[in-house]
Write a protein that binds this ligand. Structure first.
Ligand code: PLP
Ligand code: COI
Length: 345
């Protein structure tokens, strides 16, 4: 094994084991670890036609004290179950999800990146409908998989700034559709917007699918902007407001939820509300946030339909920096985890 931890990107690196569990006759079987990364699956499996698939993403960190911390796995398990319900798939019991995460961690422990490399071990829980279907309807058999892989930065610039392009022509989900669920179809249907944006070296910002007027989210991450009270010192956190979209078509991000909590603790006011695109000109800094992207500050947003470019500082601002350090200090065990977000091993 020869991994260049510092230069990992957000891509799959082969690890040793995948953990699997099958759902048959109305119940989940005991999870097991296998080295086999291929699975035999019927050509007519429900996932291939009617898209019964959901996934998650969570991380384990090697801490400053040498211990391993798994961040907020219960929240991912809960969200996965909401996705399962939305697609008529059986829920994955918390005990099964927990066993799968920790068995996968134990079996792939050599792939947990060392402290201070900037890399982490990323878990990708996946559920798919496996029984053969032609009639339109849900499967009766399912497979739950826990994949682990070491990952590095999501955007090339890491905690540097990334330019974004605003998109009003492709909706990643319908107004009352699957936007709040982490289902594969949302991502595939957004490729025609995200791929061209990435090819231009940018992230893709989506607006709400009903009015095409409010900011929704940033590709595979949530959005937040920062307002600063004029005349107040920039190092006084109580002079800032953290603003993030309230929308029924975005994924409720666990990172965003953590950042809202940490913001309140730091004395930053938090607003969760609809954000008009033109409000971008009010923000002193803004960023996208998620498990993969952590906090990725936004350098500019081009709105091609209105021929406007919103520009932000070329370096991460004081609020992004404070929140980034506060979150990572908890994840790496450098500060007290008062909410019990990490399971420490
Ligand atoms: N929005 C979308 C569409 C995502 O895919 C993700 C990633 O999981 C997020 C937001 C961020 O969510 P979280 O912070 O729970 O990773
Ligand atoms: C994550 O942040 O964990 C995600 O799953 C987003 C991913 C699709 C890039």
């Amino acid at each position: 094994m020869n991994i260049d931890w510092q230069n990992l990107e957000f891509e799959y690196t082969e690890t040793q084991y995948v953990v699997r569990s099958s759902y048959k006759d109305g119940r989940w079987q005991e999870p097991y670890a296998t080295r086999d990364k291929y699975m035999q699956i019927h050509v007519c499996a429900a996932v291939f036609q009617y898209g019964q698939e959901a996934f998650e993403g969570l991380k384990a960190f090697r801490g400053a004290d040498g211990k391993v911390r798994v961040f907020r796995w219960r929240d991912n398990a809960e969200r996965m179950n909401r996705s399962c319900e939305a697609l008529y798939m059986p829920k994955v019991p918390d005990e099964l999800f927990e066993k799968a995460v920790f068995l996968s961690l134990e079996k792939n422990i050599d792939y947990l990146p060392p402290y201070e490399t900037g890399a982490t071990l990323y878990f990708r829980p996946i559920i798919i409908g496996t029984s053969a279907k032609i009639g339109v309807g849900p499967a009766t058999e399912y497979e739950f998989l826990m994949v682990a892989t070491p990952i590095g930065r999501y955007f090339k610039s890491g905690f540097g700034t990334t330019p974004f392009i605003l998109n009003r022509h492709v909706d990643r989900a319908a107004p009352n559709g699957t936007g709040p669920y982490k289902v594969g179809g949302n991502y595939a249907s957004a490729f025609r917007a995200t791929v061209p944006a990435h090819e231009a070296g940018c992230g893709c910002m989506f607006v709400d699918p009903k009015y095409h007027r409010y900011i929704d989210e940033c590709g595979a991450a949530n959005f937040f902007g920062v307002l600063h009270q004029k005349g107040k010192p920039t190092d006084d956190m109580s002079s800032y407001t953290y603003v993030t979209p309230r929308s029924r078509s975005i994924l409720p991000s666990i990172t965003n939820n953590s950042l809202m909590t940490l913001s309140r603790d730091l004395g930053i006011r938090v607003e969760q509300r609809r954000i008009e695109v033109r409000e971008l000109s009010d923000f002193t800094e803004c960023a996208c946030c998620g498990t993969a992207s952590v906090i990725s500050p936004i350098g500019s947003v081009v709105d091609p339909d209105r021929n406007v470019t919103y520009r932000f500082p070329s370096k991460p601002g004081p609020v992004c920096t404070k929140l980034y350090n506060t979150l990572l200090d908890i994840q790496y065990g450098r500060s007290y985890d008062r909410y019990g977000w990490c399971v420490v091993i």
